[in-house]
Each structure stands twice: as structure tokens, then as C-alpha cells.
Design a protein around this ligand. Sequence first.
Ligand SMILES: N[C@@H](CCC(=O)N[C@@H](CS)C(=O)NCC(=O)O)C(=O)O
Length: 199
Amino acid sequence: MMTLYSGNTCPYSQRCRIVLFEKGMDFEVIDVDLQNKPDDLALMNPYNRVPVLVERDLVLYEANIINEYIDERFPHPQLMPADPVMRARARLFLFTFEQDLFSHVNAIEHGSKSAADKARIIIRDNLTQISPIFAKQQYMLNDDFSMLDVAIAPLLWRLEHYDIQLPKQAVNLLKYAERLFSRTAFIDALTPNEKAMRK
Ligand SMILES: N[C@@H](CCC(=O)N[C@@H](CS)C(=O)NCC(=O)O)C(=O)O
């Protein structure tokens, strides 16, 4: 059985929880208190962060790497595209999300007021830019739910919590977010602390 070491407000851990629930398989989630990290976390992950996935003697860290492993190990429903060209495009998107969106989250959570405000504007503008995609399709890659939707969902869930306000032009993105939030696996993967992030 797979064991996920997860943070109960951690957006990266949430990505892995979503994939585990989408696959409908047996797994165990261990809540890690990030204010008081257990000593074995640094032994499993040299960066001393969650999420970490353990399956027998395999120990993985980095949410996207964990998620690709789960997707290959349990191919139904497949979350990365089967076609190599689409798969490569999906990986590029995943990289872009880290660079253009998630790399700014740290400033909101831990930065000065001016750094946090700057980060909010960058995230707002980058999200607004991708909003027109959803006038034409249901999900990020096409009309099928994929790993890209998994990757971005924790940020969309935290928009209010991070005090990021989207303009009217982003209405299609907000509708897309509601589609993500209504999925059974998404709801099942939420921790009580995450549930409390949205009214
Ligand atoms: N790039 C990593 C980011 C993981 C990460 O930043 N985890 C945070 C919680 S959301 C953490 O464990 N922080 C503890 C620390 O840095 O001390 C991933 O995708 O897994």
C-alpha cells in the first residue's frame, strides 16, 4: 500500500491527495505537522518537505514526480496524455505552472506586505491570461480532466485565502474552477483545514 506524508494546508500535498482519490485505490495519508516536523521526514526527503510518497522501498518527493509515478502505476483513469507529443506539452504546462504561478505563493505566505502584494498581482494576471482557454474547452488540456487540472486546482481553491481577486475577464476560469471543485475526488481529498479556506 502507498503512504503519503502530507501537509493539511499544503497545496502540493493536496495535488497528490487528489490523484490518489481520482484513482480510487487503497492508500494511507499521514498528516505531518510542519511546525514540528518528525525527524524521519529529512531522511525520506533531503529537502525536508512534504509531500513524500512511500511504497515499500520506494521513497519519492516532489508532487509532480509523485503524481506521474502514481499515474503510471495505476493507469485508470489515465491523467497524463498517452500520446508522446501531448505528454511533452503537458509536462511543459506543469513547468509553466510552477514558474508563473506557484513560485509566487511563497511570497504571499511568508513574504513582506509589498512582496506579497506583488505576487498577488502576478498570479492574478497570469490566471487572467489563461482564462479564454475555458471558453472553448472544459479542462486545461482539452475536454478531459488531466494532471494539469490536478496541478492548478489547489491554487484556484486558495484564491480567497490568498486574497487574490480576479477581474471580470476571468469569469470562464472561475467557472472552470467550480467544475474542478465539484469532482468527488477533489472533495474527498480536502482536509478540514482546506475546507475552511473557502466560505
Ligand atoms: N516543490 C515541492 C514543494 C513542496 C513544499 O514546498 N512543501 C512545503 C509545504 S506546502 C513544506 O513542506 N515546507 C516545509 C519547509 O519548507 O520547512 C513539491 O512540489 O512537492
